[in-house]
Design a protein around this ligand. Structure first.
Ligand code: B4P
Length: 190
């Protein structure tokens, strides 16, 4: 199985690159951000609680997102592999993911970290906020909170995957096609 963690700060291009990787490698896309937004759209209790945190740029509790991923893995037993987009975001989530995959006799193949500077991230997200309708993309202060949450809770995960010899760092600046070309090359070489 090909199991890829697509990693990076908010706005690094994880969602954008995921759609190209899914098409090329026939993988199942698991985006915790997308799953949470669909819970919000359906007005579920989980969605109502998540919205309050997401609108402030904060992370949703680990047990909530781990439960969501676990049930999605169970629903896709015949998949070629998965792209984890925006998950894991904390060490607890990474440990849980390793154990969920281990139970299915598989593991993470690689973790690709897309690196983009803060100025570019803020500009991309404010730009998307003009027509996305996403509350968390419309205000610079909230975007800065998201970047700070990333630096404090998520960026340390690079070391977690480095220690497993699975970390690859890629510049996320440049055109979408240039970046996807680099990702295809490194995945083909696995
Ligand atoms: P996510 O939905 O994961 O959103 P994101 O971090 O903003 O990244 P996204 O993938 O959408 O953006 P992309 O970089 O592709 O998370 C939203 C919130 O959900 C979090 O803040 C948190 O509250 C919650 N959440 C989600 N997962 C969680 C978890 N595991 N644990 C706890 N909480 C969780 O693209 C951004 C923009 O850049 C787009 O407009 C795109 O067109 C543009 N872009 C992309 N590539 C570009 C390029 N090369 N050049 C120029 N622009 C580019």
């Amino acid at each position: 199985m090909l199991n890829i963690v697509l990693f990076g700060p908010p706005g690094a291009g994880k969602g954008t690159q995921s759609s190209l990787l899914i098409e090329k490698y026939n993988l199942v896309h698991l985006s915790t951000g997308d799953i949470l937004r669909s819970e919000i759209a359906e007005g579920t209790l989980l969605g109502i609680e998540a919205k309050e945190l997401m609108d402030k740029g904060k992370l949703v509790p680990d047990n909530v997102v781990i439960g969501m991923i676990s049930s999605k893995l169970d629903k896709n037993v015949t998949a070629n592999g998965f792209i984890f987009d925006g998950f894991p975001r904390t060490t607890e989530q990474a440990i849980a993911l390793d154990s969920l995959l281990n139970r299915k006799n598989t593991s993470i193949s690689t973790m690709v970290s897309l690196n983009v500077d803060d100025k570019e991230l803020i500009s991309r997200l404010l730009n998307r906020g003009k027509d996305s309708g996403r509350a968390d993309d419309q205000n610079k202060e909230i975007i800065v909170n998201r970047i700070n949450e990333y630096k404090e809770k998520t960026a340390p995960l690079k070391e977690y995957y480095f220690n497993q010899d699975k970390l690859t760092e890629v510049s996320g600046k440049g055109s979408v096609t240039e970046i996807s070309k680099k990702l295809f090359e490194l995945i083909d070489a696995l």
